[in-house]
Every structure is written in structure tokens, then in C-alpha cells.
Ligand binder design. Structure first.
Ligand code: ADP
Length: 404
């Protein structure tokens, strides 16, 4: 027992053993049983603590008074790109390079209070926004031994907040333009232009056009909101469908605009080819690509819509749908940003065509929801080819998309 073997009780097998020895043995057995229970309880508590510590998505650090790491969890180790096991016992200045964070931790070790601060650091070339909170750490005898640090990574939340603010600003700006025009022309009409029939008709036509523009922006915003809605009730169903009829419907929809510009739309697609798709969404994506091709192409040009089944670099079967035009092409600098919301290469030209600047971002979102992607190959003066690719058959994976 003195050597730590408390699992085996003392067995008194002989009735001749004196009473004191028997009582002492019983006491030792009781003590060993209690000790065993305590050890098991402590082990269980340690395992629970380990599970809480390890599974927390916030970074956790326990730091000694001498600035060495007592414990570090996986999330904090990942934040500083170090190994959590080798970091223990190491001075934090060895891997926390940020001067501001170092100073904050030193200050926290020197004070009896809890401290909180928002910090921005550069870690391996990336900017990280952190909310740091420290709390004094005590040992079993209630002596201060250091601090516990909670690091809440706000980088993604801040990025999303910036995107949201930019989006609201952009939407307001886009809506404001037609609204200002409508107000202006209505005021001019009320101020007397109504008396001049010819002028009045001209102004009313402008108001009508701006109304249509407002309608198009709101429609596109609603489509985007619908595609981005990942809640349960918005089921994005994917079914095995023939691709050809979907492309045919999209072409039909764009035929009126194309005919006005004497543009020919040629289609090549194996009629038996199938894919796992959401039919209305895929149709919408191809219509958006075709509408752009028609809008930006010169008169009497040709647009080709093709679909083919191929293997991608990982050997997966994919379906590639190409929309190729003979338009002005898109320069390299614009190609990087063309799928962003409200991004246009030429604002005036886009407005002239009744564009909202949202068409391609809708296509990108639809491709994402199909587990696919949309790419652009283009050179100035040599037309553009937009390629929408999606996995040919991954029904199960696809059905999971909404729950991700
Ligand atoms: P828009 O409503 O302005 O067409 P999109 O998101 O559909 O918005 O397209 C973004 C921009 O990309 C357009 O404003 C245009 O400058 C450019 N673009 C899109 N498709 C083509 C194309 N086929 N040829 C040339 N430029 C294009």
C-alpha cells in the first residue's frame, strides 16, 4: 500500500490474528477504498476538464507567473501555428510575436483583476482580430499562480460585418440612383413640363425605364437572398435531370433579345446527358450568362452554348456548360472581381443594358449550391467564355448541402 498498490485489500485469513491487527487491517482497507474513490473522482474531473479545454473553439492559455505556458488548448495552438504539446513549459514570448499581446499578458500577470481588450495582430502574414480576456489563476491553497487567457477570434465575424456594411452601402447607392431620377423627372413634370406633351412623354418614358430598373434590382436581390438562405425551410432540392432541356429553355428565354440584335445562339449538347441539379436554379444561371452574352456582344455575332461530360483533375465526372460569345472580352484586372456583387467593368454600359451588377454573383452562388464553380476565360477583343461546372453524380453529397 505504501508503494501505491491500493487495489489489493489486506486479507485476514486466520482467526488467530490478534484483534488489534485485524482492526488495523480493516482501517487500512477502508482508507485504501476511500483513496481509490478519490483518485477515480479526480481522474474523471481531469478528463472532463481536458475535454472542455480541448473542445473549446475559443483559444485558452494558462500562463504561469514566470510567463511560461502551463496549458494551451488546440484552438490557441492553431491560432499561433504551434504544437500544443511542445508549447507547455515554454515562455509565451517564444511564439507570441505580437508586442501588443505580449504587453497585455504581462500587465494581466501583474494585476489581481480580470482584463479584457480587443487586439489586432499579424500572424504569418494574416491579420487576426482577437478579443482577449484574462482571469487570475489560483492553486489548491488559493495562491495566485498566474492567469487564464481566453482568446476569441473575431476575424471572420469582422470580415462578414465589413461585407454586410459594404453590401448595405452598395444596395442603398444602387437604389438611390433610379429613385433620384424618378423624383427629379416627376418634379420637373409637376413644375410645368406636363404642359408640353412631347416633353412629358419623354420624361414619363425615363420614369418608366427607371421603374423597371428598380424592379430588376429588387428581383435580383430577392433571388440572391433566396439562394443564400440556408435555413431548413428553404430546401435546395437536387434531382437527376436531363441537362439539354434546361439549356433549351434558357436559350428560348433569351431568344427575343438575341433576335433583336440578329445574334444567333447555337447549342450543342448530348440529349441523354444527365446531372444532379436544381432545375430552376441552373436555368436561372444559364439565363444570366446568356443575357450578358447577348447584351455585351455585337450585332450579328454568334453565341455558343455547349455541355460536355468530363473528368476533373481528381478523376471525378463533371458536367461543364460553356457559354461562349464574340463580345468585347474582359481584361485580366476585371476578371478577378467580376463575380462580386455590383461589380461592373463599365458602369455606364451595364446600366445602358439594364444590368443590375448582380447577375454574375447570382451565377456564382448557384454554382456553389451545386458544389460546382463558375470560371471565365477571356481576352480583350476575343470574346468571353463562361464555364459552369458541377459534379455529375453525387446525389448524397448534394442533399447534404443545405444542412452544411
Ligand atoms: P450586369 O448586370 O452589369 O451585367 P453582371 O454581374 O451580370 O452584372 O456582370 C458584371 C459585369 O461583367 C458587367 O457589368 C460587365 O461589365 C461584365 N460582363 C459580364 N458578362 C460579360 C460578357 N459576356 N462580355 C463582356 N463583359 C461582361
Amino acid at each position: 500500500m505504501a508503494n501505491g498498490d491500493i487495489d489489493h485489500p489486506i486479507i485476514i485469513s486466520n482467526n488467530n490474528v490478534p484483534g488489534e491487527i485485524a482492526a488495523l487491517s480493516q482501517s487500512l482497507n477502508n482508507m485504501a477504498a476511500q483513496l481509490n474513490g478519490r483518485i477515480k473522482q479526480i481522474s474523471q474531473q481531469r478528463n472532463e476538464l481536458e475535454a472542455v479545454f480541448g473542445s473549446m473553439t475559443d483559444g485558452l492559455l494558462a500562463i504561469n507567473h514566470d510567463q511560461t505556458i502551463i496549458r494551451i488548448n488546440r484552438a490557441a495552438a492553431a491560432l499561433f501555428q504551434i504544437d500544443s504539446t511542445t508549447a507547455q513549459g515554454v515562455a509565451f514570448a517564444g511564439f507570441i510575436r505580437s508586442r501588443v499581446l505580449q504587453d497585455f499578458l504581462v500587465k494581466a500577470i501583474d494585476t489581481d483583476d480580470s482584463l479584457s481588450k480587443n487586439l489586432t495582430l499579424m500572424e504569418n502574414g494574416h491579420e487576426i482580430s482577437l478579443y482577449c480576456h484574462t482571469h487570475p489563476l489560483f492553486d489548491g491553497e488559493n495562491r495566485r499562480i498566474g492567469i487564464l487567457v481566453v482568446l476569441n477570434d473575431l476575424t471572420r465575424i469582422n470580415q462578414l460585418e465589413n461585407i454586410r456594411q459594404d453590401f448595405v452601402a452598395n444596395v442603398s447607392h444602387e437604389l438611390k440612383t433610379p429613385i433620384t431620377a424618378i423624383r427629379g423627372y416627376v418634379e420637373t413634370l409637376l413644375d410645368g413640363a406636363m404642359e408640353n406633351r412631347e416633353e412629358a412623354i419623354k420624361f414619363l418614358e425615363i420614369i418608366h425605364r427607371q421603374g423597371i430598373r428598380l424592379d430588376a434590382i429588387v428581383d435580383d436581390l430577392l433571388t440572391l437572398a433566396h439562394i443564400e438562405d440556408k435555413t431548413e425551410k428553404n430546401t435546395f432540392e437536387l434531382r437527376r435531370e436531363k441537362i439539354c432541356p434546361i439549356l433549351e429553355t434558357a436559350v428560348q428565354t433569351c431568344l427575343v433579345g438575341a433576335t433583336l440584335k440578329k445574334i444567333e445562339i447555337k447549342m450543342a449538347c448530348d440529349p441523354e446527358m444527365t446531372g444532379t441539379v436544381n432545375r430552376p436554379m441552373l436555368e436561372q444561371a444559364i439565363i444570366n450568362l446568356l443575357t450578358n452574352a447577348v447584351s455585351y456582344s455585337p450585332e450579328k455575332s454568334i453565341i455558343k452554348v455547349t455541355a460536355e461530360r468530363r473528368k476533373d483533375e481528381t478523376g471525378r465526372d463533371i458536367i461543364k456548360i460553356n457559354v461562349q460569345d464574340q463580345g468585347p472580352g474582359i481584361s485580366h484586372e476585371h476578371q478577378q472581381r467580376i463575380f462580386e456583387r455590383f461589380y461592373r467593368c463599365d458602369k455606364a454600359r451595364s446600366r445602358e443594358h439594364g444590368g443590375t451588377g448582380l447577375g454574375l454573383s447570382i451565377v456564382k452562388h448557384i454554382a456553389d449550391n451545386h458544389n460546382g464553380k463558375v470560371e471565365l476565360t477571356s481576352r480583350i477583343g476575343q470574346g468571353s467564355t463562361f464555364t459552369f461546372s458541377l459534379p455529375a453524380e453525387n446525389v448524397k453529397e448534394m442533399e447534404q448541402i443545405k444542412s452544411q
